[in-house]
Design a protein around this ligand. Structure first.
Ligand code: G1P
Ligand code: ZN
Length: 542
């Protein structure tokens, strides 16, 4: 039976760029999930009568939130729910299923790379029919609804068995438990040269994929080991755990340290990779060669035609503003446009939908293409394997050859986490007010060419986004960028991005921290980070 239940609003249900993300305990408060998910159905009446995709990254409270979502979907008149077996769907796989099955949207349960568990984080995100995160006008409408919600409509049917593939009914609605990997695997098989990758593994090529006890384990096992013939054990930490094994499922040099150490040791396999909590981020690393996400985007763009899905060439490349300009140089050489967007995947959606860009990426270990509308960790790994299978050179040599041709954008990001929000905001405001005085001055022996607070005009929908990060740009392509994170759940996180371009023929093989040391010091002093935040060293350096 479907019941009408009276409720009162919660005042903290404003979805950000990655959905509603909070401490798990906040979501476990009675009516909290009900209110938010009902607000989605109220704001998107078109979901009634259609198909809805539901799944998550397997973190603590995933199954409970899914059962509640299914009951509310029945109350909202959804015709069919597709849910990943075990409640599992990686974020890119959810995007893929929405598109492949013509769904009207999807509800994804995840807090991405944030730790999970009763003391960790949880999140709910709504994606639209194009498979991408809901645009701001939709999240605004959902938020507005959470403020006025007075009732939700929910079925009192028992839990659906999420572990048995097949169809059941909840009220008048069909619930189909699907294999979370199948559609995604089929899509990857169309994009990449699986025969070449199979031959690469058959030749003795070795790899380690660290799934970090998060959602990509089942995907990586099915694709790398069972389909492409990588030896059993290639995928490690492959079982998704509710608390990710106590780890922080964020693939970078700090949180995937074990993998990074292995790749620097004499036991290193040929190739290493890792993905995050919900499977949209990736880190790729060769023997003795970490590949920055900015370089990875550039290298994939330069080699895209080696993959069958991109054999006809790419329409353009898009990168978030703080991402290094390495991809711009490839785009220029290919004669295709490059786009610089604000941080956050949602800004790529319009460019991809309009066919203006084919590949896109962020420095924050996010890479993707127009095959789905989310960044896609395993896709990036398969793309690299495709390139390596066709080129048959070590990662280190491929990277060196890229720099020798295009030059190198030395790059680093320094994060100061959980600092007090008020002084952090004041520091940013003060710096913003001083930006206009910088052009023409010389810092670290380099002339400042321009400085601004980044604003973006969307060429597709004409919208403007302001206040997207403070940029100090030097002659010769060096940059310092300051941003406050929009995804943290405690205090403020300051991100400082530092970049310097060295042209072909210059010294291309230095340590990045060393090559950027003078600019890093300028970045610290210019904003007065130590004085304003009390921090003298960053928490995470990537
Ligand atoms: C971070 C990354 C950004 C990414 C987002 C979601 O956001 O910097 O590139 O799109 O996570 O994965 P931030 O915390 O910096 O706002
Ligand atoms: Zn993620």
């Amino acid at each position: 039976m479907i019941r009408d239940v009276a409720t009162t609003p919660f005042d903290d249900q404003k979805p950000g760029t990655s959905g509603l993300r909070k401490k798990t305990a906040a979501f476990m408060v009675p009516r909290y999930v009900e209110n938010f998910v009902q607000a989605i159905f109220d704001a998107e009446p078109g979901l009634a009568g259609g198909t809805l995709v539901v799944g998550g990254d397997g973190r603590y409270f995933n199954r409970e939130a899914i059962q509640t979502t299914i009951r509310l979907a029945a109350g909202a008149g959804v015709a069919r729910v597709l849910v990943g077996k075990g409640g599992i769907l990686s974020t890119p796989a959810a995007s893929c299923v929405i598109r492949a099955r013509g769904a009207k949207g999807g509800v994804i349960l995840s807090a991405s790379h944030n730790p999970g568990g009763p003391d960790g984080d949880f999140g709910i995100k709504f994606n639209g029919a194009n498979g991408g995160p809901a645009p701001e006008k939709v999240t605004d409408a959902i938020h507005a609804r959470t403020k006025s919600i007075a009732r939700y409509r929910i079925s009192d049917a028992p839990d659906v068995d999420l572990d048995a593939i097949g169809e059941t009914r909840v009220e008048g609605m069909t619930v189909e438990v699907i294999d979370p990997v199948e559609d995604y695997l089929a899509l990857m098989g169309r994009l990449f040269d699986f025969a070449a990758i199979r031959a690469l593994f058959a030749s003795g090529f070795t790899m380690r994929f660290d799934a970090m006890h998060a959602v990509t384990g089942p995907y990586a096992k099915a694709i790398l080991e069972r389909t492409l013939g990588a030896p059993a054990g290639t995928v490690v930490n492959a079982v998704p755990l509710p608390d990710f094994g106590g780890g922080h499922p964020d693939p970078n040099l700090t949180h995937a340290k074990e993998l990074a150490d292995l790749m620097a040791s004499d036991k290193s396999p040929d190739f290493g990779a890792a993905s995050d909590g919900d499977g949209d981020r990736n880190m790729v690393i060769g023997r003795g060669q970490f590949v920055t996400p900015s370089d990875s985007l550039a290298i994939l763009a330069a080699n895209a035609t080696l993959a069958p899905g991109y054999a006809k060439g790419i329409a353009g490349v898009a990168r978030s503003m703080p991402t290094s300009a390495a991809a711009d140089r490839v785009a220029a050489a290919l004669g295709v446009p490059s786009y610089e967007t604000p941080t956050g995947w949602k800004f790529f959606g319009n460019l991809l939908d309009a066919g203006l860009a084919t590949l896109c990426g962020e420095e924050s270990f996010g890479t993707g293409s127009d095959h789905v509308r989310e960044k896609d960790g395993l896709w990036a790994v398969l793309f690299w394997l495709n390139v390596l299978a066709r080129e048959r050179v070590p990662v280190k040599r491929l990277v060196a050859a890229h720099w020798a041709r295009y030059g190198r954008n030395y790059y680093t990001r320094h994060d100061y986490e959980e600092i007090d929000a008020a002084p952090a905001k004041a520091m940013m405001a003060d710096l913003a007010a001083r930006l206009a005085t910088l052009p023409g001055t010389t810092l670290a022996g380099m002339k400042v060419e321009a400085a601004d607070d980044f604003a973006y005009h969307d060429p597709v929908d004409g919208s403007d986004s302001k206040g997207q990060g403070l940029r100090v740009m030097f002659e010769g392509g060096a940059r310092i960028v300051y941003r406050l994170s929009g995804t943290g759940t405690a205090g403020a996180t300051l991100r400082v991005y530092v970049e310097r371009y060295v042209a072909p023929g210059g010294d291309l093989h230095r340590d990045a921290q060393e090559a950027l040391a003078d600019l890093i010091a300028v970045a610290r002093d210019l904003a007065g980070i130590a004085a304003r935040t009390g921090r003298t060293t960053p928490d995470v350096v990537t």
